[in-house]
Write a protein that binds this ligand. Structure first.
Ligand code: ADP
Ligand code: MG
Length: 350
């Protein structure tokens, strides 16, 4: 589906491991004071003085987490960083360094890895993180990418999943369900392409949701906004699996219940129209579709005037006493228990 605009194919065996690492990494610059020693030694040296350090890691496996028939390598490199940075921001922390490890089969030429690293480099620049290390090895099957993200947060400023209290407001950033519907469109086009490879799909109606799937963004801006507004959420989590499973994490770890209002869930018009086209309920997608990488948080009622009217933040419900349970309040004012389906389970339905 993706046109090969880069016909040069340099076999990795031509370079060898050390030349390859050098080729992929020698342009990375150090921008953070906390990076004392970056790529090139047995380990990186970091110094955070009195700041607390947060660390998160993720593994992406070809055929499980991505499909190279429609995910361009540049976007994949970008996404691999973004999904990790999202976890750092969900702690209310600033991301500062990443390590990137790859396992590649020799069906990948050097040019493919250059594309992957172009995406990694762009994300590192945009999110202002230093790439301080990694590992490079061969794989007998597909491509595997593992990223570890490191960040810093002042003592006491970290936001855990466990701090929500009854009556706190449930707030979500951006809009939901886009990445999942983008995936549905891409999967459909892949099937069409298999039947007729000459068919050039017109995807102009779906640009927003396809971008949400292939090139998601992490909400670094929200951590900055919350600081500006002087709001410290009582709990927070990033939306990687869909808000129903994320809100359950907040409730269980905070020992509270929730009333989440269907009518308040923020949806982009492209999500609504694509759901209609695919004949899927948009609320189901918003609740269970994955990979939106928005932030779901609870804030104290006292802070409501500070966030009121902010276009980045939508109040979608409030927390209750634990024994009241976890419910979706529908448009018809019915209360339905929230259960976690997650996007994997959804796959069987769609
Ligand atoms: P070692 O043999 O000690 O694992 P390597 O030769 O694998 O060392 O790595 C040399 C340096 O290059 C180290 O600083 C390592 O962190 C870095 N590095 C290796 N692979 C990558 C990669 N894919 N991306 C970024 N840095 C890497
Ligand atoms: Mg190594």
């Amino acid at each position: 589906m993706i046109e090969d605009k880069n016909p040069r194919r340099t076999p990795l065996s031509e370079l060898g491991e050390f030349k390859l690492i050098e080729h992929l990494t020698d342009h990375f610059k150090v921008t953070h004071k906390s990076t004392v020693k970056s790529i090139g030694d047995d380990a990186a040296v970091l110094n955070f003085d009195k700041k607390q350090v947060v660390v998160s890691t993720d593994l992406l496996v070809e055929g499980v987490h991505f499909d190279l028939s429609y995910a361009p390598l540049k976007h994949l490199g970008y996404k691999a960083l973004v999904v990790n940075l999202s976890d750092i921001y969900a702690m209310n922390a600033v991301a500062t360094q990443v390590t990137v490890s790859i396992a590649v089969s020799n069906r990948f030429p050097l040019e493919a890895l250059e594309e992957l690293y172009a995406g990694i480099t762009t994300a590192a620049q945009i999110y202002n993180v230093d790439v301080v290390g990694g590992d490079t090895t061969s794989s007998t099957s597909g491509l595997i990418i593992s990223v570890t993200a490191i960040g810093e947060v002042e003592k006491g400023a970290e936001v855990l999943r466990s701090g929500a209290k009854p009556n706190d407001l449930l707030v979500v950033t951006g809009d939901l369900g886009g990445a999942y519907m983008g995936l549905q469109v891409l999967e459909r086009e892949k099937e069409v392409f298999k039947v007729n490879p000459n068919n050039q799909p017109d995807l102009s109606m779906y640009t927003y949701i396809i971008e949400r799937q292939l090139k998601p963004e992490a909400r670094k801006d929200i951590v900055e906004l919350l600081k500006e507004l002087e709001v410290k959420p009582t709990s927070m989590i990033d939306v990687s699996d869909g808000i129903s499973s994320e809100v359950i994490h907040l409730c269980k770890q905070s020992k509270v219940g929730v009333d989440l209002y269907e009518a308040k869930i923020p949806l982009d018009p492209q999500v609504i129209s694509t759901c209609e086209e695919f004949n899927i309920d948009s609320t189901t997608i918003a609740l269970n579709g994955g990979e939106d990488y928005e932030l779901l948080m609870t804030i104290s009622q006292e802070d409501f005037p500070k966030i009121k009217g902010n276009p980045n933040l939508t109040v979608i419900g409030y927390m209750t006493e634990e024994d009241r349970g976890m419910h979706l309040v529908t448009r018809a004012d019915e209360k339905i228990p929230i259960i976690a389906k997650g996007w994997n389970a959804l796959k069987d339905q769609a």
